[in-house]
Write a protein that binds this ligand. Structure first.
Ligand code: GLN
Length: 488
């Protein structure tokens, strides 16, 4: 077990599965109201140390729990998430609840509507506990960029939970929610899932509506679930996925029964292993855990073969051009007029914009706005943004060629296990490099799952990334399920 003395207190048994929970609630053996109350007690006890929740939505949660209990008592049909306590990353809006995106600039902002994935969860019976900490505007890999302080990794509180959805991963790992929503633009669901030892899903671009998501980089942003096991994560994706007329990029493709897909055996599936993800910079204990995971897939009857993804070496610069360019455009709206924080010390309008942005944004967000504005400026557009889009296309084509030969590709989710708080804050480039295995799927628009695959000698979780072609989440779940099963 990890060395941190506080660990044992934070660590609790894995909660019941969604299927078990559903049966208990439907039979009236567990009341949704009691369950929600017990989660709030646990949050009150653990949150001061882990800093996961930024705000609680207790009134709404207890009303929903009462509705579920009343329906169960009458024997009415219950939604697939009836009574399930869920936490929401604070970049997704909930009507009337403060939404900060981890930024001071949104202080005091209360959105007047619900994000589509939020309303879908509630329609399925979920009880929404509150809003969860994250890196400011989802920019970061460690949760240390939140204006409201870092989240701590429940497995070892001296370490980061990963980012930017670190709070969402930590919440599931510390049983402060049965499941959570996060967002992934360049790895922000998969990497924290890996660092905290939980399952995280990157749905295909367009699979889940972005309506009500505070935008970071619109061509890359995805909303996805975290859960303690693969099947539950699959059930959650089934609830939040689907076409939404309020998001023009959402896919009209029908939503399969992902949980059922995840039940299918993997025998005969072809699994690709790209050498480019096992080179220099990969921690040896992470490598060993992933290799063991690959062996378990072979033992389950998969055919494992090498695939080649040579454009991987350009992925980090490509991602950090596209993401910053889009961020600089998306964040232009925060000027102290319409949303949140306004600097009190301004003589005129131009000053108010300048001071509000200067005082409201944190250092990493400013760095990205500067980088993105530069990349988009006249004379540089072709050399940077356009070039990055071309590389992005090559990357996507390379993945599609690989997926003509294999059903899924497996890699480490991150090159290292959870690092120490403060370890990388002085070196933005080192922080960006932590995203090396995740940004490729983000750029290509394909889907993936990070599934716990082993631990280091110090007890730190290691996640395996299972990637599949566009809209092929079912296959990613199947493979992840086999990796999970081999460890039980
Ligand atoms: N770590 C990456 C970044 O800082 C990814 C963030 C994300 O996926 N939201 O941009």
């Amino acid at each position: 077990m990890p060395s941190d003395a506080n660990t044992a207190e934070n660590y609790v048994e894995t909660p019941k599965t969604l299927t078990e929970l559903h049966a208990e609630i439907a039979a009236g053996r567990t009341r949704a109201a009691d369950l929600a109350a017990s989660y709030y007690e646990r949050i009150a006890a653990v949150n001061p140390r882990l800093n996961v929740y930024l705000g609680l939505t207790k009134e709404r949660a207890m009303e929903q729990a009462a509705r579920v209990d009343a329906a169960a008592a009458k024997g009415d049909p219950l939604g697939p998430l009836a009574g399930v306590p869920v936490g929401i990353k604070d970049v997704l809006v909930m009507k009337g609840a403060p939404a900060t995106a981890g930024s001071k600039i949104l202080e005091g902002y209360r959105p007047p509507y619900d994000a589509t994935p939020v309303s879908k969860l509630e329609a399925a019976g979920a009880v929404l506990l509150g809003k969860i900490n994250c890196d400011e505007f989802a920019m970061g890999s460690s949760n240390e960029n939140s204006a409201y302080g870092p989240v701590r990794n429940p497995v070892d509180t001296g370490r980061v939970p990963g980012g930017s959805s670190g709070g969402s991963a930590a919440a599931v790992a510390a049983n402060m929610a049965v499941a959570t929503l996060g967002t992934d633009t360049g790895g922000s669901i998969r990497q924290p899932a890996s660092f905290c030892g939980v399952v995280g899903v990157l749905p295909t671009y367009g699979r889940v509506s972005r309506y009500g998501l505070i935008a970071f980089a619109s061509s890359l942003d995805r909303v996805g679930p975290f859960a303690a096991n693969v099947r539950d994560a699959a059930t959650l994706l089934g609830v939040i996925a689907g076409y939404d007329p309020k998001d023009a990029t959402s896919s009209p493709a029908p939503v399969p029964d992902y949980a059922a897909e995840s039940d299918r055996p993997v025998e005969g599936l072809r699994i690709g292993v790209p050498a480019e993800y096992f080179g220099e910079g990969l921690d040896s204990e992470v490598r060993a855990a992933i290799e063991k995971g690959i062996e378990s897939l072979k033992a389950a009857g998969c055919a494992v073969k090498p695939v080649s993804l040579p454009t991987t070496k350009y992925a980090i610069p490509t991602y950090y051009l596209v993401a910053t360019a889009e961020a600089s455009a998306n964040l232009a709206r925060f000027d102290g007029v319409r949303y949140g924080y306004r600097s009190p010390s301004s003589a005129n309008l131009a000053d108010m914009y300048r001071h509000s942005r200067d005082e409201g944004f944190g250092a990493e967000v400013k760095r990205r706005i500067l980088l993105g504005t530069y990349a988009l400026s006249a004379g540089y557009y072709d050399a940077y943004y356009l070039k990055a889009q071309q590389v992005r296309r090559l990357l996507a084509e390379e993945f599609l060629r690989a997926f003509a030969e294999v059903d899924a590709i497996v890699t480490p989710t991150a090159p290292m296990p959870a690092f120490k708080l403060g370890e990388k804050t002085g070196d933005p480039l080192a922080m960006y490099l932590a995203d090396i295995y995740t940004v490729t799927a983000s750029l290509a628009g394909i889907c993936g799952v990070s599934v716990p695959c082993g631990t280091t000698k110090a007890g730190l979780p290691v996640g395996m990334q299972v990637l599949a072609a566009h809209l092929n989440e079912g296959t990613a779940f199947r493979v992840a399920r086999a990796v999970e099963a081999a460890r039980r």
